[in-house]
Design a protein around this ligand. Sequence first.
Ligand code: NAD
Length: 349
Amino acid sequence: MKILITGGAGFIGSHVVRRFVLNYPNYQIYNLDALTYAGNLENIADIEEQPNYTFVKGDITDAAFIDNLFQTEQFDGVVHLAAESHVDRSIKDPLAFVKTNVLGTMNLLNAAKSIWEGAYAGKRFYHVSTDEVYGALGAEGLFTETTSYDPNSPYSASKASSDHFVRAYGETYGLPYVITNCSNNYGPNHFPEKLIPLFLNNIIQNKPLPVYGDGNYTRDWLYVIDHARAIDLVFHEGKHAETYNIGGFNEWKNIDLVKLLCAQMDQKLGRPEGASAELITFVKDRPGHDLRYAIDATKIKNELGWEPSVTFEEGLQKTINWYFDNPEWLANVTSGAYQEYYTKQYEED
Ligand code: NAD
């Protein structure tokens, strides 16, 4: 089997690529990534010599390139993760999100449809998506697979749109697909523009911890390696034309999460209890900020037997340990372009 994984140099994609390459030596795994600011080959340096692994640098928005790649390689399956993924960036530059997340997905769908030509046995197009497509919840309730889409940010609107196109290609052309919508991930290799690695890095450097609004925004959190396990399972055992929600059964208000992170970091750094929490600063809210996301992951649990393998406290500790064990990774990604972005985002407003 020849499988194309897109976005495999990014945060989640790198864990998925590693899992597929190491667990399935009989598969040929192609990792297609444009290496944007978020793509980093260091994330997968440990597997680059594996005989069943090939890296392809390329852009999913380039239709001719994508067509040619599919015609040459004749992939049997696609696991599509490449995306612009950061909500704050989508507010500043929505069109970039339409290009990559919508047009890029269309190019992959068209290329898959064209090589498979209706002979769909053994083929699969897997779109990795987010729970943010469902919009915001009040204090009660959970997103299920039948919750209506109601995206609020340009990021979630672009992911919702790409989900719809995947489903439409299934309905219209019979393309065999599966979609998963997952809650917030955290763990090793997370780019430090996202909350947990950003704050972890700021605590190390004694910099302020910018918490949006009053800190009451609530998210469900999942350890990234558990997400990769779920993707592996759904790719192999998920039903055609189905959606599965993936979540950690693990809701946290931002402010409580930050306090837990501060407490674990105080211990790790040998600082007095409460020292890191003094860095918490409340900053101007993000426009259109969704109050609460919470996911009901019962379907994947009941139908495929998937559950998170670590508690949040364990996952957070593993994450902190990983960042301490990999200081060069953090130093490399926080230099250059990212520093400029950070200054614009949090220090000039
Ligand atoms: P990421 O930003 O860390 O990685 C995205 C990767 O895609 C990068 O390697 C980047 O170089 C690549 N890429 C971007 N534009 C590209 C293009 N035009 N052509 C080819 N490659 C391109 O993202 P992530 O957090 O790992 O998310 C991966 C996927 O999972 C996304 O589709 C995202 O919507 C989804 N998702 C993320 C989360 C989360 O918490 N991070 C939760 C649910 C779903």
